[in-house]
Write a protein that binds this ligand. Structure first.
Ligand SMILES: Nc1nc2c(ncn2[C@@H]2O[C@H](COP(=O)(O)OP(=O)(O)OP(=O)(O)O)[C@@H](O)[C@H]2O)c(=O)[nH]1
Length: 385
């Protein structure tokens, strides 16, 4: 079979050119980190198509175009690929590093392309550049895979591994074959060019899968977060509660409610009330252990779940929280405003069939605390303080 490498290169350019607008249009529907990374990826495809087009013209246009400019464009596209993936993986983008490595490689390629033409050295420089960028991607991906990575991340890992293998073949051939050149149809060049032609599709597929996962995770996080306090919302509390209850271990539920909160709203306005709720949530969260689950059950009411906690330690913590809130004294409208909470405590008993029963008893205890004068802790079925 005969391969015309310039034609393959043009096919790769065409594929990337067709894919780019599809991805760029798709970004309109999304927001946040995932959208930025998808936009970068669309730009990467445009740059790649330009780079491969210029490379395919090797010998027909000046070396300034087909070597210096083509490699410059491809280097920027590789750097942007690394940036888009690192952004999607939630690791620092390291733009300065990417730029420094890219610039050094481009200067080297330009020198050995124009001043002292040497194809072998240029390939070695390009391979070193690709190696550095791959390492900057494989490292966070490897980390992600270790901590239970996803199928999408495995697909991307495979695509990157393919690129590494193709470059290794090219380097090996460089050392063994006497006559070399970008568009000579040697086995390694063919593998490289075929891989380069298919890569926009495969890499974009892997990227889209990863993007989809990131977008789903972001949606799930938003659906479980209370926007005012940043704590878990009712839905997430229900899920966490069922998970903890299903575990079968000891479990305590604390229902906390701000006292006379309506008066704060009436006196200072709803916006100040919001600020008080957020401060209250943060003040409580600061005293919790890792593994304790705090969320906003609704309005000015918070639910705290304490895994592996017995009644005595749950009451002790509730008392610490109550006392801490009582000392918070927020400054509202340049006036010091005391704030207190009432807390109902209940622990799981053998009679509890589900989480709802446990929370109901904590709620009833809270009602007792309010009835007994507020700013106090009451355990289910027993007045404690
Ligand atoms: N600012 C603000 N206020 C809220 C929010 N959710 C509920 N509230 C207010 O919380 C107040 C709760 O009032 P009540 O149920 O009468 O309770 P309370 O005034 O705290 O009195 P006790 O609970 O009996 O001590 C109401 O004024 C609600 O409007 C919120 O997200 N932001």
């Amino acid at each position: 079979m005969r391969f015309d490498l310039a034609t393959l290169s043009l096919l790769g350019a065409l594929q990337a050119l067709l894919l780019a607008p599809l991805l760029l249009v798709a970004t309109r529907a999304y927001t946040g980190r995932a959208r930025t990374s998808l936009r970068i990826w669309g730009t990467v495809l445009l740059l790649q198509s330009l780079g491969w087009l210029l490379a395919a013209l090797r010998g027909q246009v000046s070396d300034w175009w087909s070597i210096v400019l083509a490699n410059g464009v491809l280097i920027v596209s590789y750097a942007e690929t690394a940036r888009a993936l690192r952004l999607l993986l939630g690791v620092p983008q390291r733009r300065a590093w990417l730029a420094a490595i890219g610039l050094a490689a481009w200067l080297g390629i330009a020198w050995f392309g124009i001043v002292q033409p040497d194809y072998r050295t240029r390939v070695c420089i390009a391979a070193a550049l690709v190696g550095c960028y791959l390492a900057m991607l494989l490292w966070p991906l490897r980390h992600a895979l270790r901590s239970g990575g996803s199928t999408a991340q495995r697909v991307m890992l495979l695509v990157l591994a393919g690129a590494a293998v193709a470059w290794c073949l090219r380097l090996r051939e460089l050392a063994t074959v006497p006559q070399v050149g970008l568009l000579l149809a040697t086995p390694a060049n063919v593998v490289n060019m075929v891989y380069g032609t298919l890569e926009p599709v495969f890499a974009s597929l892997g990227f889209l899968l990863m993007y989809n996962e990131a977008a789903q995770a972001e949606l799930r996080r938003l659906a479980r977060t209370d926007p005012l306090t940043g704590m878990l919302n009712r839905l997430a509390l229900d899920e966490e509660g069922q998970r903890l209850f299903g575990g079968g271990d000891a479990l305590a539920a604390l229902m906390l409610d701000a006292d006379h909160f309506k008066a704060i709203n009436d006196r200072f306005g709803h916006a100040v009330g919001d600020h008080v709720l957020a401060a209250l949530a943060n003040g409580i969260a600061a005293l919790l252990r890792p593994g304790d689950v705090l969320g906003r059950a609704g309005g000015e009411e918070f639910l705290l779940l304490l895994p592996r906690s017995d009644l005595a330690s749950a009451i002790a913590l509730a008392e610490v929280l109550r006392a801490h809130v009582a000392t918070m004294s927020l400054e509202l409208d340049r006036q010091v405003q005391p704030i207190t909470v009432s807390i109902g405590v209940a622990v799981r008993t053998p009679d509890d069939r589900d989480m709802a029963g446990l929370v109901r008893r904590a709620d009833r205890a809270l009602y007792q605390a309010k009835h007994a004068g507020r700013n106090r802790v009451v355990a289910a079925d027993a007045l404690v303080a």
